[in-house]
Each structure stands twice: as structure tokens, then as C-alpha cells.
Design a protein around this ligand. Structure first.
Ligand code: PLP
Length: 397
């Protein structure tokens, strides 16, 4: 076991007790690696929960941040600032979207998407449409509205009454979605791969089926790409695997490589329902954060990160499949790109601890799925190191 240090003890006294934290105090990061306060090195297959796509402390991001910090940090959205416009141009040039609203987190981006879906239907003369269909086991955030949208009771428990207006259907079940549509439905919100829900990829044709239901019934299709966006699944956006565009998409996590930024992207047609005064964020899209996020975006392309990530993903899936074939405790290998899961037939918690002791950071979702969401710059050698140790640990598990 790792030693309980002074920082951990002090944390217990002053920090709200909302997290299951691993007993490690991290002090430094570089690329795939992080170090704790005893100098121990870890290969990081968590990456701040699918966030640090370029790895830790990337110099291009650090330089952009330092440069912009000396120029202009924040002035609010009462004024125009250049980095915000340039980041929006970058995102719209590479996606279905024409308009962007910036905020600070994934939950906030989803709040914006839900608000937009409601006001869109009102402005179209259909005020009775306010409900959103989401998936069972989905995860959309921890604000009251987004936890109500989330299809997991354990996240909602204790916070009732929930925000009304959400209906849940099993993921990958088009007939169930169709059945859930009522005259009050405004839109459908889905993750192109469920992350927190256990790393579940959509069946081929699922997104196209959702698109059809939306088009037929005048509903907005919203993709929550907070986790899948920015290359996590091997394409810039998860929906590109099926080439089925939504009306609204939310991003966060990878966009800032660790700096807090969220974005809601939409077609002009949908976005037109937001007019001055309908939605806002004090910190949304500050020059500081947008300059850094733009550096993330440009580096992703300049360094050919996605091409390399796709290669490593194929290798990773092959190595995990070998483990699945060798160890009966493994139920399944799941996911896409570098959002991968090893579903086990028992609780994965002890493995997370054992891997940490051996110098690998990994986390578990839904209790029994080891999730791997490393920086997209992870190498085959890093994957081999992890899988070698996993192979040993699974023998006695
Ligand atoms: N949506 C998805 C798909 C997520 O995976 C998450 C976070 O894990 C969120 C929304 C919430 O994002 P945040 O924690 O930045 O509010």
C-alpha cells in the first residue's frame, strides 16, 4: 500500500468528501508519465479522465498559455476577443457545426444543449416539446439538470426532486427510442460511445437510426461528445465513424488538454434560437483558455496525433483481446480508438490498486470495467508494458 502522506491527511480535513481518490499525491507530469511526491513514476492510462489528449505539460500548450497570460486573460463576453473566434473557426471548419457557444465544462455544455433544444422548439411554435430522450447508463454531468438527463439512478439518488423532462431508453435500442418519443419530445441526446456507462460503442446503424427518428418527428439530435470528441475514438469526433451529423454537439475534456473549457456546437438553424440574453457564461471562452485550446487543436493536426493514435489503438485492442482469450475472468474487450474497456466478471477495484502499485494509472467504470483512456500520444511500448503487467495480475485475479 502507498503511504498516507501529510497532503492526504490534510485533504481529509479541508476538502469536501466527494471523490474516491487513489492514495497518491501527483506533483508532475510529462507526456504519458506522471510522478508522485515520493518520486515514483506512473504510466498514465487515465489522462485526467480522458482529458490530456496531447499528454501532460505539452510545451505548445504551455507556451500558448504563457504568451496569452501576458497579453489578456479575461474580459467577459461583453466584448469580442480573437482567440475565441479563432477556436470557433477551427471547430466549425472541421465539423457539421456553424456556431459555437463556449463554457467551462462538459456539464455546462450539456446544459446549453438542453436549453437550446427547449427554446428551439418554442421558437418553432411547438412549446409543448421540452422533453429529451437519453440512454440508460448514459452520463451527462453532475449539475441538477445534467444528472437528471443521466440514465443512472446512483448518480441521481438523494438529489430528488430531479429536473423534469428526461426519458431514458436502453442504448443501442432504436425501437425503445421510437417508443419513448411523445408529442412533448424536443430532442434525443446520446454519447457516440458511452464512456462512464461502461465503454459501450454504438451498433452500426444506431446513429443513422436516431437521425431518421429525429428528422421524421422534427426533433433535434444532440451528441454528447464530451468524452468521445477531440480524437478520443480515433476520429476527431465520434460521430464521424458513422458519418451521421447531429444538430447539436457538446465538447469539453480533450479540447483544453486539462484547461477548463466546454463548447456547444450547433447548426445555424438550431443555434438561431439563442439570441442575446438567452444564455451566458462569465468565464466561457476567455482569451486565455481559448488560446490554449487552439494550441491543442493545432498541435493535434501538426503532430499527426490521430493517425498515430489509430495505429496504437489497433495494437491495444489486439493485446487486450489476447488477455481476454487467456484469462477467464475477462468478459469482453470494448470501445473504440483510445476509449477502451476490459469488462471483467468481477469488481475491478483491486486491479486498479495493484496496477497503481506497479506504476500504472487506470480507473474502473460501472465497477467491473477497467477503462483505458490514455493520452493519444501513448505508444505501443507503453501499451505492451501495461498489458504485460495485466497479464501477470489477471493470473491470480
Ligand atoms: N458528458 C460525458 C459523456 C462525460 O463523460 C462527462 C464527464 O465524464 C460529462 C458529460 C461531464 O463533464 P464535466 O465533468 O466536465 O462536467
Amino acid at each position: 500500500m502507498s503511504e498516507i502522506t501529510k497532503t492526504m491527511e490534510a485533504a481529509g480535513k479541508v476538502l469536501a468528501d466527494t471523490y474516491f481518490r487513489q492514495p497518491v499525491v501527483l506533483v508532475k507530469g510529462s507526456g504519458m508519465r506522471v510522478w508522485d511526491d515520493t518520486g515514483k513514476e506512473y504510466l498514465d492510462f487515465v489522462a485526467g479522465v480522458a482529458v490530456c489528449i496531447l499528454g501532460h505539460s505539452h510545451p505548445a500548450v504551455a507556451d500558448a498559455l504563457a504568451r496569452q497570460a501576458r497579453e489578456l486573460v479575461h474580459v467577459s463576453n461583453l466584448y469580442y476577443t480573437e482567440p475565441q473566434v479563432r477556436l470557433a473557426e477551427w471547430l466549425t471548419a472541421r465539423s457539421f457545426a456553424e456556431k459555437v457557444f463556449f463554457c467551462n465544462s462538459g456539464a455546462e455544455a450539456n446544459e446549453a444543449a438542453i436549453k437550446l433544444a427547449r427554446i428551439y422548439q418554442k421558437k418553432k411554435g411547438r412549446p409543448e416539446r421540452y422533453r429529451i430522450i437519453t440512454a440508460e447508463k448514459s452520463f451527462h454531468g453532475r449539475t441538477l439538470t445534467t444528472l437528471s438527463a443521466t440514465g443512472q439512478e446512483k448518480i441521481q439518488k438523494g438529489f430528488e426532486p430531479l429536473v423534469q423532462g428526461f426519458d431514458h431508453a436502453p442504448y443501442n435500442d432504436l425501437a425503445a427510442v421510437e417508443k419513448a418519443v411523445t408529442p412533448e419530445t424536443a430532442g434525443i441526446m446520446m454519447e457516440p460511445v458511452q464512456g462512464e456507462g461502461g465503454v459501450v460503442a454504438p451498433d452500426s446503424g444506431y446513429l443513422a437510426g436516431l437521425r431518421k427518428i429525429c428528422d421524421r418527428q422534427g426533433l433535434l439530435l444532440i451528441y454528447d461528445e464530451v468524452q468521445t470528441g477531440m480524437g478520443r475514438t480515433g476520429k476527431l469526433f465520434g460521430y464521424e465513424h458513422e458519418n451521421v451529423a447531429p444538430d447539436i454537439m457538446t465538447l469539453a475534456k480533450g479540447l483544453g488538454n486539462g484547461l477548463p473549457v466546454g463548447a456547444m456546437l450547433a447548426t445555424s438553424e438550431a443555434a438561431a434560437a439563442f439570441t442575446p440574453g438567452t444564455h451566458a457564461s462569465t468565464f466561457g471562452g476567455t482569451p486565455l483558455i481559448c488560446a490554449a485550446a487552439l494550441a491543442v487543436c493545432e498541435t493535434l493536426e501538426k503532430e499527426g496525433v490521430l493517425e498515430k493514435a489509430r495505429e496504437v489503438s489497433a495494437h491495444f485492442i489486439a493485446r487486450l483481446s489476447e488477455l481476454a482469450a487467456r484469462h477467464k475472468v475477462v468478459a469482453e474487450v470494448r470501445g473504440r480508438g483510445l476509449l477502451l474497456g476490459l469488462a471483467l466478471k468481477k469488481e475491478a477495484g483491486p486491479l486498479v490498486g495493484a496496477l497503481r502499485e506497479r506504476g500504472f494509472l487506470v480507473n474502473a467504470v460501472q465497477g467491473d470495467v477497467l477503462r483505458f483512456v490514455p493520452p493519444l500520444v501513448v505508444t505501443k511500448k507503453d501499451v505492451d508494458a501495461l498489458c504485460g503487467v495485466l497479464d501477470e495480475l489477471l493470473k491470480d485475479f
